[in-house]
Design a protein around this ligand. Structure first.
Ligand SMILES: [Zn+2]
Length: 236
């Protein structure tokens, strides 16, 4: 698993600068091979792109940028395929041998809706490329029907946040951005929030008794919450 590589990529490097013809070609290659092309193929492809007339006057591509494009596209395709076909699709033995495919299908995602809250994604139904803003995915939210499907920019999609065990409260630090469950009388949603202060308490038989003062990013309201209301980014 190459989480580090996957997460450390700057998305702005991934989604900018490809011509339509280049993206169509990469799409064809991905569909034909059904797996990530190896680095030799990608390097050759990059050289070809850089020599093509369509690239005249544009910055030269780096092969890593091309590879990142494939990784991201595969992320979309595999999460969709896995959801549709079940988890066994990667175990078919007729896949060509070659460079190891990063198994993105085991990753689970959450997406930030237009209401500013994060929801678990059940599947990505399809994707589209918007020339002004880049890639968007059509997300089906976990626990919601098709009528709630939403186009979400890829920058608002991330690996799911994880809840914390009682003993993991020490990992939460002042200044951290966490996902916090906000409960109001009529509405309960997960929002990004910053940890402003922490009162560390002795744990007892009920577990963590620490109190976290957090400030929600979407409305700047502050609240004191217990650990069970918080989720954090997965570790890499
Ligand atoms: Zn604690």
């Amino acid at each position: 698993m190459d989480h580090l590589g996957l997460r450390s990529r700057g998305e702005k490097n991934v989604f900018s600068g490809f011509t339509t013809a280049e993206m169509e070609k990469m799409d064809r290659i991905l569909k034909q091979s059904e797996q990530l092309p190896n680095s030799e193929v990608i390097k050759k492809l990059t050289t070809g792109f850089n020599r093509s007339a369509g690239r005249a006057g544009k910055p030269l591509l780096k092969w890593l940028e091309v590879q990142n494009w494939f990784l991201d596209r595969q992320k979309c395709l595999m999460s969709r395929d896995t959801s549709l076909n079940g988890p066994n699709m990667n175990e078919t033995s007729d896949m060509p041998k070659g460079e190891k495919v990063i198994d993105l299908s085991k990753l689970e995602y959450e997406a930030k809706s237009s209401d500013g809250a994060w929801y678990d994604v059940e599947i990505f139904i399809t994707y589209r490329f918007n020339t002004s803003s880049g890639y968007e995915v059509l997300a089906r939210y976990d626990g919601f029907g098709p009528e709630e499907d939403e186009w979400v920019h890829i920058k608002n999609v991330r690996e799911r946040s994880v809840s914390l065990e009682h003993l993991e409260c020490s990992k939460v630090m002042v200044g951290d951005i966490v996902l916090c469950f906000q409960e109001k009388t009529d509405i309960a949603r997960h929002y990004d929030a910053q940890v402003i202060d922490i009162q560390r308490k002795l744990h007892d038989i009920r577990g963590c008794r620490c109190i976290f003062l957090i400030r929600y990013e979407h409305d700047n309201s502050e609240e004191c919450v217990r650990l069970r209301r918080l989720c954090c980014r997965p570790e890499y």
